[in-house]
Design a protein around this ligand. Sequence first.
Ligand code: SF4
Length: 383
Amino acid sequence: MAGIYLHIPFCKQACVYCNFHFSTSMKQKERVLEAMMREIVLQKPYLADHVVDTIYFGGGTPSLLSADEVNRLIDALYANYKIGDLKEVTLEANPDDLGTPYLKALRHTPVNRLSIGIQSFRGEDLKYMHRAHDEQQADYAIKASQDAGFSNLTIDLIYGIPGLGDQAWIANLDRVRAYSVPHFSAYALTVEPRTALHYAVTQKKAEATDPGQAAGQFEILMERARQMGFDHYEISNFGLPGFHAIHNTNYWMGIPYLGLGPGAHSFNGNSRQWNVANNAQYAAGLLEHATLNMELEQLSDTDTLNEYIMTSLRTMWGMDMAKIELQWGSDVRKKLDLAAQDFMLQKQLVWENDHYRVTDKGKLFADRIASYLFFSGEHEKNR
Ligand code: SF4
């Protein structure tokens, strides 16, 4: 079992908070797509022993691809990889791209799930974040997608936006139910270094985010999602039963994946590698020198353990202590059991069926708890 991720590094305009790899110039689009076709062939050995059952178009903005371009990439995957019964083929889309003709054309591709970057249903939030769409397009995109036959939808929402009061946040969440959307992801707005938002905040040209507001809205989110019947199956992800994201869940379960395209990351259980996050360099490497510009990091046993601690604690399944003992030994287990006691006392972790899980209170600090539990060196506890 394995997944393939295709990174489409182009956007119509730059959202102020974004630190993903993308370009707002389309000049390189043909060359990058051509280079991706070459990379598909070049990377064939990476998944030679695996059957691919999920494909994910992420970005950037994959909905800037035509349906023909989507089909061309998927045909190349079929020609070079063992593609099984594809359970999930997701395409990230921005609302302003989801007109009816495009959606109808997408129905003639293997794409069976759309991930729509709504972020907010309020015009003022969309303007603050410099999104390319407005509130009418946010509404329309969902309805038009469903009318075109895409029932397996997920939408992205952002909370902690300056000016987004709690009632307005609840109203955004209520649209999920009103539109019968079976899955959504919700993220706190963060001011990342080297973003337009960071510059504007430091220059006092934009209001800064407030961690207290974000924490309060995360609590509202957990409560509302529960009332609406969603499983909170990963810190930022909520799905109705039967609609959990398969591709992303496989990431968290440590299943191998191959990332194709500029800036894309791959993981095979023993190492991570990532392609150069520069469209021109990526395309020149593949088209002119038949080489992939990328870096590789070999993972140590301790790296793999820490990664398991981090990802498992972010999911509703939690950290499986029998697995830890089997894979990393009883000494590691004992040290973890000891370190977890503090968080149990603070009611941030619970222990059930030999798994540690974060409580609602702990979910606010899941990454911090995980990093406290990390090991260093050859299974040496960090503190
Ligand atoms: S559309 Fe997505 S990838 Fe592009 S700038 Fe906005 S947040 Fe970033």
